[in-house]
Design a protein around this ligand. Structure first.
Ligand code: AOF
Ligand code: ZN
Length: 352
């Protein structure tokens, strides 16, 4: 199962709206074939492993898969059928598939045919791998994750002269992994203007670009030619989100000429974030990582819109004049998990 998880992660961030899934076939305790789900519309992990095997599995072969095998026709046929046709007598499963169409039915069908099903092996890890999919498939709404890189005194900027990077290289690399995981990233217009971020995922495996939202109610970024989000090679993946009532024709024409997309929302200042999330759902964007400054973080938290929090905390103090980001933050005991990422702490988990 550990190997199957590694295989699943080879498609890190590339399977939306589907989950990442890995599968391993063993015979006599030895791995004889491997597979993973590469992309929505392509075969599932189990089918990829069977194809890699290229023959009928031995009578005592065992299939290990990180997610409950599917039992419905989606873009591809049910894996349960392929598993039964291949003659497996034992299947080891990581997590149940929360997709209401599956949710244990796949396991029941296998058991009804006399297959021994072992479930929950590395179950938590297998479930957590697909936190975006799990949320999307059960709620039909994007997982809204807030990421902050904070000082210990709750500031998102350092004192003058200390540079801009609050967290160390390991935490920064982790954020790039998150940018690769999430189908979309969001920043406020203020952050876009102040930091001129690229918001691409950069790592050893090159550069990828998620959908990049600029939350800009009144389109104050219009005409700002110097912004990376508007001029780099990925600019067609930038979406400026504002209020229809505040949209001037000349501004919309400017974005269009730059090749940048615009969403003009029907709403007001109070409903803006909610209407944006609804539009994301309509567009099948399954998760958004919000890289927030203090104001956006506080307004999302106060509105109760944050599903998941990634709070990196550096062991240093920040700009005493800077506002805090935690207004509206409510964390029941036991919700968040702490880990060390380099010299920084990471608190993460569901807020609601
Ligand atoms: C699996 N193995 O590798 C994946 C599964 O449209 P389809 O046919 O790709 O089906 C998508 C659904 O199948 C998805 O919502 C999830 O429940 C499951 N994904 N299941 O057994 C896989 N990718
Ligand atoms: Zn399947």
């Amino acid at each position: 199962m550990r190997r199957a998880l590694e295989l699943a992660r080879q498609a890190w961030g590339r399977t939306h709206p589907n989950p990442m899934v890995g599968a391993v076939i063993t015979e006599g305790g030895k791995i004889v074939a491997e597979g993973f789900h590469a992309k929505a519309g392509e075969p599932h992990a189990e089918v990829m492993a069977l194809r890699a095997l290229g023959r009928r599995p031995a009578a005592a072969a065992v299939l290990h898969v990180t997610l409950e095998p599917c039992c419905t026709h989606g873009r591809t046929p049910p894996c349960v059928d392929a598993i039964l046709a291949a003659g497996f007598r034992t299947v080891v499963v990581g997590a149940r598939d929360p997709n209401p169409a599956h949710a244990g039915h796949g396991l029941e069908l296998l058991r009804a045919k006399g297959v021994a099903v072992v479930e929950g092996v590395l179950g938590e890890e297998c479930a957590e791998l697909n936190l975006i999919f799990n949320h999307w498939i059960t709620r039909g709404a994007p997982l809204l994750a807030l990421k902050v890189a904070s000082t210990l005194d709750g500031k998102l900027t350092l004192p003058a002269g200390q540079g801009r990077a609050i967290t160390g290289p390991a935490a920064q690399a982790y954020v790039h992994r998150l940018r690769r995981l999430f189908p979309a990233i969001a920043v406020s217009a203020d952050t876009a203007l102040a930091d001129n971020p690229r918001l691409t995922a950069r790592g050893d495996d090159g550069e990828t670009c998620p959908v990049r939202f600029v939350l800009d109610r009144r389109f104050k970024t219009a005409g700002r030619t110097g912004l990376n989000l508007f001029q780099d090679a990925h600019r067609t993946r930038t979406i400026v989100v504002g209020l229809g009532a505040a949209a001037k024709k000349s501004d919309l024409a400017w974005y269009e000429a730059e090749g940048v997309r615009v969403w003009t929302l029907v709403g007001d200042d109070d409903s803006f974030l909610q209407v944006w999330a609804e539009r994301c759902a309509q567009e099948h964007i399954t998760g958004v990582l919000v890289e927030a400054g203090p104001r956006l973080a506080s307004s999302l938290l106060t509105a109760g819109s944050v599903d998941y929090l990634y709070a990196f905390v550096a062991p240093r103090s920040g700009d005493p004049e800077a506002p805090g980001w935690q207004d509206g933050l409510t964390i029941p005991a036991g919700r968040l998990r702490a880990s060390l990422v380099g010299a920084d702490a990471l608190y993460q988990g569901f807020l609601r």
